[in-house]
Design a protein around this ligand. Structure first.
Ligand code: FES
Length: 363
């Protein structure tokens, strides 16, 4: 449940017919940065360190945020040195009665937004997108195996908390890979849940340190680890979240050995680009009437940004759909497998495709 943050009564009576929302938003945000005619925004109400290089932000959204389910992501937007950055983050806790969202953010080397968010002052206001994502514990009573690596722990924390709130009605096993103990997020909380609930087990997999505790193992994901986590009859649902490489390894090892396999990766698949992708093509932006020459060897999102165009975006890796736009004509090439699409589409993800020929976009 999200607590409403109300605009003054007189502002609620304003009619958008005579004042465009963008203009109203500008003036409303001057009165209170959280006020907006229709956009979700959130105030940072708490910031706490979680682990080495990892911080949790507690965000209080305004009344335009429509809520979320455990396992979902939201786009967060901030302006840094006059440039707007947007990225997707999972909630790291289930929805709580206070209406706040907990987001656990890692400062990735070279990643401006993660570093900026870690240092944000309490009271700062962020742009907030609506929740999206399908990762969930399937219905029924079959056991569930959650595999998380690095930042992939965040949606799993929310899903584990949701199961804990229900009293763990089914067996849940979480295997969590991190380089060192210092990088583990909420290890004590997870151990506490495992101690109190016989239906919940946690295993910490360390890739850069020797295992000591009874619930620790060492090494990267492999068939030996998974053999100890899977029931022999394969009657288990598997959820995996981590880097693209981690998720694909888990899929290769488990996909045919379980009831269902869901996954989410926080890094995009590797790009397949070669010398034949050099050169430029002409892109017509139909809504603004602009025509540009853009590079063929970059994602459309990057190539347009290079030309000073700022399409809406979030995750930059094909998950959130924020960058989707219509492509009435021209050919595009998927960056991960080089497949070429000639057909018109209403929903081309600019971050996952490059221009193959001259084309037009609904931008
Ligand atoms: S930015 Fe998220 S799908 Fe493209």
């Amino acid at each position: 449940m999200v607590t409403a943050i109300r605009r003054p009564h007189w502002l609620s009576r304003l009619n958008a017919a005579w004042a465009p929302p963008a203009v109203l938003d500008f003036w409303l945000s001057r009165l209170n940065p959280l006020w907006s005619w229709g956009d979700a925004r959130a105030r940072v109400v708490e910031r706490r360190p979680e682990a080495e290089g990892v911080t949790t932000l507690v965000l209080k959204p305004n009344r335009h945020f429509r809520g979320f389910r455990a396992g979902q992501h939201m786009n967060i937007g901030v302006e840094i040195d006059g440039v707007r950055y947007t990225r997707s983050y999972s909630a790291s806790d289930m929805p709580r009665a206070d209406g706040c969202i907990r987001m656990t953010v890692k400062a990735v080397e070279g990643g401006k937004l993660g570093v900026h968010l870690q240092a944000l002052a309490v009271g700062s206001v962020l742009q907030l997108g609506q929740a999206f994502g399908e990762l969930c514990v399937p219905a029924g009573q079959a056991p569930c195996l959650m595999l998380a690596a690095g930042s992939g722990i965040t949606p799993m924390l929310a899903l584990v908390q949701a199961q804990a709130a229900a009293g763990f009605p089914r067996p849940v096993r979480l295997a969590y890979w991190a380089r060192t103990r210092a990088e583990l997020v909420q290890a004590a909380t997870l151990r506490g849940l495992a101690a109190r609930h016989p239906n919940f087990h946690v295993h910490f997999m360390l890739t850069g340190e020797t295992a000591h505790a009874a619930d620790e193992s060492a090494g990267r994901i492999d068939s030996h680890h998974l053999a100890t986590l899977l029931p022999e009859d394969g009657r288990i649902h598997v959820l995996a979240c981590g880097s693209h490489g981690f998720v694909e390894r888990a899929r290769a090892l488990l996909h045919s050995r379980c009831l269902s396999f869901q996954s989410e990766a926080f890094s995009p698949p590797p790009r397949v680009v070669d010398a034949s992708d050099e050169g430029h093509v002409r892109v017509t932006l139909l809504q603004t009437g602009r025509t540009l020459d853009i590079a063929r060897n970059k994602s459309l999102l990057e190539a347009l940004e290079e030309q000073g165009i700022k399409p809406r975006h979030g995750c930059r890796m094909g998950i959130c759909n924020t960058c989707s736009c219509g492509k009435p004509s021209g050919a595009t090439r998927a960056l991960h497998d080089r497949s070429v699409q000639h057909e018109p589409t209403q929903a081309l993800r600019l971050c996952m495709h490059a221009a193959q020929s001259d084309l037009s976009l609904e931008l």
